[in-house]
Design a protein around this ligand. Sequence first.
Ligand SMILES: Cc1cc2nc3c(=O)[nH]c(=O)nc-3n(C[C@H](O)[C@H](O)[C@H](O)COP(=O)(O)O)c2cc1C
Length: 292
Amino acid sequence: MKKSTLMMGIASALLLAIVCCPAAQAREKNNRPHPKLVMKALVVYYSQTSNTRAVAMEIARLRHADIAEIELVNPYDKDYNATIERCKKEKKEGILPEIKPLKVDVSKYDVIFLGYPIWFGTYAPPIEAFLNQVDLSGKIVVPFCTFGSGGLESSVKSLAAKQPGAEILDGYGVRAARMNAMPEEVDQFLTASYFIKGKVVKLDDFSASHRVSNDEAAIYNAAIGDYPMMQNTRPLFVASRSIPDGTEYLFTACEKRKEPVDPNMSIRPPKEMHVYVIVVNGQAPEFTKVVR
Ligand SMILES: Cc1cc2nc3c(=O)[nH]c(=O)nc-3n(C[C@H](O)[C@H](O)[C@H](O)COP(=O)(O)O)c2cc1C
């Protein structure tokens, strides 16, 4: 993959505005390291098909952190449909998969990078089982995840509700289809959040949003491609900003709806979502995440 495309991915991942913090600047001048650089860090993750494992290993490598995998007593089948079925059954019966004892003592660490695949819109059930066994109060928790289309934001909300005593950061997420962009995005994420030293790409804010033009709708459709869960959506509004070598779009989209046959029929309003799309000069548009 071209370097410029990787840079676009980085830019896209840094949706949080990266601001120059005066406190950080003062520390830099005094040559004092940012506290997050020296905190004891552990990467804990669950991964079924290795995407999240790859992110976990990259974080551990860059941050020189210890790493531990959450393993199941009875692992899920690697087959997607079989996993869906087992998950649904477990959910219906109110049971969580049993996890093996973690090989490290979480209480000894200040920062926990917690990684998981998104399942049914939030962290996978083995993480729920893990969170039932630990108290992360007083720790910084840095969520990271991989997904088909999105789910970081909703999983972070669930984490905050589950571990109210912990400081939960916004975290990092990447589509399974964009794993090649991950190493540079992780580097930028860790740098921007002061966990490692380095330079970050500072991005402009998005422009004010306007109704989509035909050209912009074509960009949306090209980015969605044949991704199954997005076929039933259409873009309504769009904002944009420059990123290195291209443009990032923030579409507000909604489910496509047929007009009700009976105008008095009560129907729920179509669900809106935000769809982030990058277009690197000369390359096909791709979506980086959907926030529902
Ligand atoms: C049971 C199941 C449910 C999933 N649900 C979602 C979902 O709600 N949203 C999504 O974007 N991706 C979903 N995915 C896709 C995974 O999040 C994605 O493939 C992830 O990268 C897998 O990570 P892993 O390789 O670390 O296991 C689901 C996958 C499985 C197996």
